[in-house]
Design a protein around this ligand. Structure first.
Ligand SMILES: [Zn+2]
Length: 286
């Protein structure tokens, strides 16, 4: 499915073309016709479309391109101000685009009163459990299907609630600096419905992870995944195909949580992105 044209940001004006075709190259030898849908900003997911058959490299690494020319790139929380996109046409010289990545400053979030063992787990048994669970999550986020489920678009996974945590914030838990927060937290009463934010296939269901409690991962294709955390109930199984808006679970306060909320994360493989910057998603609630 084509990305709607009004949401497309033509690359023209956003990037400088460094690789210039020589006079010997004919017009159709240029890879060209590159469209990027999204903002060029730390934490952002960008949906690209190029001519079918072209190959794409982002910051030196090959990117999956589906037969229709769809591909995804993303900028991590601390992505440097410059990124490079290379488009290789079948017979053309690679076309280089330099992307200027907007730099952000992040909030600081202090949470006190957490049980000490959840902030600094001690026992060997607990540490081993955390390690095993992290491996399961990592494995689910490594799935690299070429099905472009995400092109049908995203919606918020809840209709009601209050955003209480945002992407990238530095966290101080019980006075101790910890890893930044990478999801968007939506607080709502226990059992509030949670919906699939986009089409995909359920790649992980875990009822009780140490930190994240009831945990669900949906593969949206090309390494793009949603992780839904702290769920009270999960209504789907691994392998279930979902459509946007399908009821997949219920809000809870399972795992490390101070109250009932959904923590929704977006990953492009292991790279953590900001759900609020998904192209076309819009503000919450909408
Ligand atoms: Zn959270």
């Amino acid at each position: 499915m084509a990305v709607t044209s009004h949401k497309l940001i033509a690359l023209k004006g956003l990037v400088r073309r460094l690789a210039v075709a020589t006079l010997l190259l004919t017009a159709n030898a240029l890879a060209a016709e590159l469209q990027l849908n999204g903002v060029l900003k730390q934490g952002a997911l960008v949906q690209g479309v190029t001519q079918p058959g072209n190959r794409v490299h982002f910051n030196g690494a090959a990117v999956q391109v589906d037969p229709a020319g769809h591909f995804l790139i993303g900028f991590g929380r601390d992505a440097p101000p410059r990124a490079e996109l290379l488009i290789h046409g079948e017979h053309a010289r690679p076309e280089q685009h330099v992307l200027q990545v907007e730099q952000r400053s992040y909030q600081e979030q202090r949470i006190d009163g957490l049980p000490a063992d959840q902030v600094s787990p001690r026992s060997a048994e607990t540490l081993e459990r955390i390690r095993q669970e992290a491996t399961l999550v990592k494995r689910a986020r490594r799935i690299a299907t070429l099905e472009s489920h995400y092109v049908g678009g995203f919606r918020w996974p809840m209709d009601t609630g209050i955003i209480t945590g945002v992407y990238g914030s530095r966290r101080i838990l019980n006075g101790k600096p910890r890893r930044p927060h990478y999801g968007v937290d939506i607080a709502a009463p226990t059992d509030t419905p949670v919906y699939a934010p986009a089409a995909g296939v359920v790649s992980l269901v875990h009822r009780d992870m140490y930190f994240t409690g009831g945990t669900l991962i949906i593969d949206h294709g090309h390494g793009l995944s949603s992780t839904m955390m702290h769920l009270q109930r999960i209504h789907v199984q691994e392998g279930t195909a979902v459509t946007p808006g399908l009821l997949v679970g219920r809000v809870g306060a399972t795992g490390r949580a101070t109250g009932p909320h959904l923590d929704w994360r977006i990953n492009l493989f292991q790279k953590r992105l900001d759900p609020e910057l998904i192209p076309g998603l819009g503000p919450f609630p909408h």
